[in-house]
Design a protein around this ligand. Structure first.
Ligand SMILES: *Cc1c(COP(=O)(O)O)cnc(C)c1O
Length: 240
């Protein structure tokens, strides 16, 4: 079995190749490590390779690992379904961006908490581009409306969009999800909504990162290709 360091080298190489093929500057694409079920020790191995961007799916795991990681320079995002009663933990554990914002209700809960703490938070709007029932995310046709609503909450800084591609082997099916996310991003950008930026497109995982990069991803989220197959059950929206 490969080490974390070897796997990261392979992923970085895949990213570079995809950028070259797409004529994109490799600096434009960030590698986010999806660390669900991965121990703090193994996450530290990735930090030792120079990686700094990680994300959890579950608040419980975030809380468990935070004490072991907090003194090592890194950037923490959140990519799982977030229950509104867990919002305070997100703020406390130093999460810099919630990529999985998909409802006004959750946005209001975050806003309320952030106001109390005098803080702001970067968010991405998660869009269910595949239409699969098992996935979270706002429906594509309702995304713009949600972006407008969130823009009114001044503690939340909308910085782009996130999606999980269709669970399919078919290249066109998967790529059309990524293309749809970019289209929504163009619409939102041209609406020039105050307090909204469309800088980040978080899309692509271990199995489809090349397609995502070719379709304009700025953040790819990679778990199993770096840390190995997960033995624990997966969250329902990432079971692929
Ligand atoms: C687990 C997860 C990933 C990474 O998936 P892999 O196939 O292991 O690379 C990406 N995004 C989300 C939201 C996840 O939950």
């Amino acid at each position: 079995m490969n080490t974390v360091a070897q796997n990261i080298r392979i992923i970085r190489q895949r990213m570079l190749q995809a950028c070259l093929k797409a004529g994109r500057d490799p600096q434009e694409v960030k590698l986010l490590l999806a660390t669900k079920t991965v121990s703090a020790e193994r996450i530290k191995e990735a930090f030792a390779c120079g990686e700094i961007l990680i994300a959890e799916n579950k608040v419980q795991e975030l809380k468990e690992k935070y004490p072991a990681l907090r003194d090592i320079r890194h950037c923490s995002h959140f990519i799982g379904h977030l229950q509104s009663n867990k919002v305070k933990d997100i703020v406390r554990c130093g999460v810099e961006c919630v990529q999985s914002l998909d409802s006004l209700h959750l946005a209001e809960k975050l806003h309320q908490r952030l106001q109390e703490e005098g803080k702001t938070l970067e968010v991405l709007i998660q869009v269910n581009t595949s239409g699969e029932n098992s996935k979270f995310g706002v429906a594509p046709e309702r995304a713009l409306e949600l972006i407008y609503q969130v823009s009114k909450l001044d503690t939340l800084k909308v910085n782009g969009l996130m999606t999980i591609g269709a669970l399919s082997e078919d290249e066109e099916t998967v790529r059309s999800c990524f293309r749809l996310l970019k289209q929504i991003g163009f619409q939102a950008a041209s609406a020039a909504i105050a307090n909204v930026r469309m800088r980040e497109f978080s899309m692509g995982m271990s199995g489809d990162l090349e397609w995502a990069i070719e379709e304009g991803a700025t953040i790819i989220r990679v778990g199993s290709a770096v840390f190995g197959k997960r033995s624990a059950p997966l969250p329902v929206d990432a079971a692929r």
